[in-house]
Ligand binder design. Structure first.
Ligand SMILES: *Cc1c(COP(=O)(O)O)cnc(C)c1O
Length: 399
């Protein structure tokens, strides 16, 4: 399906094999096991010589359709799936890391990923080096000392920093590292890490892929050789994607291109609007010329994504008054859904840190993460405007 465009792929790719009875939609197959009257056929399927399903923890027709669709969208040789994005990350790292191995990554990875690096992997004698996000020289210097895994995420939470995937993949390959990229924020519509030299791409399907905040899931794409190893680890350890969740994700993915295009347009318009407000201190969006990652993002991304953040004068006090005033935004911890979602970093991505730690990481207490939805942009801008206007006098004076 390589020559078909993304919007068409999102709708048609991966479904054919799982259709039955002339149905035009992939069925939700809830069966835990798959039976065989012919002992020889059962054996051939069980040992992988013949296509088919044996047991739901391993494979399932609905789940397989989801895997096939994301495989096509990432233009990968193979794909597998997981119960959550974190399961995709922990199972992938668990597959390839052993005591004594070293990981080079960045400081701004997703909160859960950061916990794996700082809390769990060190307990298994895996050495972790976290570089300043976006400092390419620092990453190259650490890579030169050798490592098993180079783990990247771009753009990142919460200040949407950008890492040059192509440049880092070259440096990683030079020392024989496995290059893994979390592509959740960008989506395959905006960024194709495999084409930029990465070995493996990870998704929290919970976010943009599903797009409706109603199902958890994770995915991994890459070469058959690497993905099969992670599939084996996952089928034994059991973080399997549920068929109903796979169906919801598949259904959501049909509109991936439409949604993401609209979210990118809305995010850009909101970022430009916020720049005009006196009470807004800084706006972080890679689509803005003054963003430090703008040039690299322009090269490696189709568009700049649906995620942005901004800090307000008056810090937490302003945030406390501003966010509850928004009519068309969920105040919640997730992102990438059809609805606009807002939240302070101190409550969402960096809730585990102390104010001092957040300050050291360059995260102001008044930082707000904004996940642009697919609403009409006029309504989103008017909503922000009325929320700013309704700030009480004492907040405006202090800020
Ligand atoms: C949410 C998220 C994850 C974790 O995904 P879950 O589905 O919540 O487990 C990983 N990486 C990024 C960038 C995320 O935003």
């Amino acid at each position: 399906m390589a020559e078909i465009r993304k919007g068409t792929q999102a709708i048609w790719a991966g479904e054919k094999e799982s259709l039955a009875f002339g149905a035009t939609q992939v069925p939700v197959v809830h069966s835990v096991s798959f039976g065989y009257d012919d002992m020889d056929e059962w054996y051939e399927v069980a040992v992988g010589n013949k296509a088919g399903h044996i047991y739901g923890r391993n494979t399932n027709p609905t789940v397989q359709a989801f895997e096939e669709k994301i495989r096509c969208l990432e233009n990968a040789e193979a794909a597998t799936s997981f119960s959550t994005g974190m399961a995709a990350i922990s199972n992938t790292l668990g597959t390839f890391l052993s005591p004594g191995d070293r990981v080079v990554s960045i400081k701004d990875t997703y909160g859960g990923t950061n916990k794996i690096f700082t809390e769990f992997l060190p307990r298994q004698q895996v050495e972790i080096t976290l570089c300043e996000t976006g400092d390419h020289e620092a990453i190259e210097k650490e890579l030169a000392n050798g490592c098993k895994v180079l783990y990247l995420e771009t753009p990142t939470n919460p200040t949407v920093k950008i890492t040059d995937i192509e440049r880092m993949a070259v440096a990683g390959k030079r020392v024989g590292a496995l290059v893994i990229v979390d592509n959740t924020f960008a989506t395959p519509i905006n960024q194709q890490p495999l084409a930029l030299g990465a070995d493996l791409v990870i998704h929290s399907a919970t976010k943009f892929l599903g797009g409706h905040a109603d199902a958890l899931g994770g995915a991994l794409c890459g070469s058959k050789k690497l993905v099969e190893q992670v599939y084996h680890y996952r089928e034994i350890n059991g973080a399997t994607l549920d068929p109903m969740a796979a169906y919801l994700l598949l259904r959501g993915m049909k509109t991936l291109k439409l949604r993401v295009d609209r979210q990118c347009e809305n995010a850009m318009a909101v970022a430009r609007y916020l720049q005009t407000k006196d009470i807004v201190e800084s706006v972080y969006y890679p689509g803005l010329d003054d963003h430090p990652g703008h040039e690299v993002a322009s090269r490696q991304m189709e568009r700049y994504g649906g995620m942005l953040s901004f800090s307000v004068k008056g810090g937490v006090e302003t945030v406390r008054h501003l966010l509850p005033k928004l009519k068309y935004a969920n105040r919640a911890a997730n992102l990438g859904s059809v609805e606009t979602i807002v939240g302070p970093s101190r409550t969402t991505s960096h809730v585990e840190c102390t104010p001092e730690e957040r300050a050291a990481m360059g995260i102001p207490e008044g930082l707000i993460r904004y996940s642009a939805g697919i609403e009409d942009i006029e309504d989103l801008l008017e909503d922000l405007e009325q929320a700013f206007r309704s700030l009480p006098e004492e907040v405006l004076v202090k800020s």
